[in-house]
Design a protein around this ligand. Structure first.
Ligand SMILES: [Zn+2]
Length: 316
């Protein structure tokens, strides 16, 4: 009888499930729904069980892997970054009881790193760093062919490397973290600041056009689109963010000497206006001789789901 593994992704904007045949690089079945507006842990679990049933089509999985959007320790969710009431929930045990098979749970940054390493941009490497740049900046580290979690599961928090001690306030309470300078909200905030402070002729005109004159509606997406269309203000903002990101990556390169670094997340879709300064700064600030091998991640929003599949596969 055919064996299937079940991969689950409790993400920030969606819930997703997939069934995968062990060893395959495509989903046998995949289903997802956007996170409901009235978020609760219980609703998330109900939806996820329905999605699991849908992708399994009545079959029992051989193992279950889970990517979760928040810190997890030994199968227990400490909290969700997106949904209330997840505190201290024993997710692995709960799923084990439902499916009667082994379960592994990992936070989403680690899961995405594992997914990209096993199925995407990190394939073939032994030492790999994955960094996602979206509303926050997160990362996962593979060393010697294994996920590196650190003493307390906090390894890979590259978004909270301080790159400017006098910089803007970060979500973690400190100042000048990489995330506070180069994540999507930081890029949007910088655009609003520069538009308000200088009214240099023409600069920022295209960004403003894209939001119909309302600076409050600016996101990193409009800044990126404006840069492509030749807006100098937008290009300058992406260059600053890219330099901060490259500086942060250089510290990781000096410390870890990865074979390859894959950049994922929505902000990376800004392309060369962001990536060129990232590469230049990484090369400028990394230890001389350390390789700087930056690439764009392959799996898009499905990286955590593929990581969940890799976790389940390892349980067989
Ligand atoms: Zn921080």
């Amino acid at each position: 009888m055919e064996r299937l593994i079940l991969a689950l992704d409790f993400g920030g904007t969606k819930l997703a499930a997939a069934a995968v045949e062990p060893g395959k690089r495509s989903f046998r079945a995949r289903a997802s729904v956007p996170s409901p507006p009235d978020k609760s842990a219980e609703t998330d679990r109900e939806i996820m069980l329905a999605l699991a049933e849908e992708v399994l089509g009545g079959k029992r999985p051989a193992a279950v892997g889970v990517s979760f959007g928040g810190p997890v320790r030994e199968g227990v969710v400490l909290l969700s970054h997106h949904v209330p009431d997840w505190e201290d929930f024993p997710l692995a045990e709960w799923l084990r009881e439902r499916f009667g098979v082994p379960v592994a749970v990992e936070n989403d940054a680690n899961a995405a790193a594992l997914g990209e390493w096993r199925y995407g941009a990190g394939r073939g490497t032994r030492h790999f760093l994955y960094v996602t740049v979206s509303t926050g900046i997160g990362g996962g580290i593979v060393i010697g062919g294994e996920l590196y979690r650190g003493a307390d599961g906090l390894a890979g928090e590259i978004g909270h490397i301080v790159v400017d001690p006098d910089g803007p306030r970060c979500t973690c309470g400190r100042r000048g973290c990489l995330e506070a300078l180069a994540a999507g909200p930081a890029i949007a905030r910088r655009a609003r600041e520069l538009l308000a402070s200088h009214h240099r002729s023409g600069e920022g005109r295209i960004v403003l056009e894209l939001v119909r004159g309302d600076p409050e509606r600016i996101t990193a997406r409009e800044v990126a689109a404006a840069a492509v269309r030749g807006d100098p203000l937008a290009a300058e903002i992406l260059r600053e963010a890219g330099e901060a990101l490259g500086f942060g990556l250089a510290q990781a390169i000096t410390l870890l000497n990865p074979e390859r670094i894959a950049l994922g997340g929505g902000v990376v879709k800004a392309g060369e206006p962001l990536l060129r300064p990232v590469r230049e700064a990484a090369e400028r600030y990394a230890f001389p001789g350390a390789r700087v091998n930056l690439t764009v991640a392959d799996l898009g929003d499905d990286a955590p789901l593929w990581g969940a599949a890799a976790l389940a596969q390892d349980l067989l």
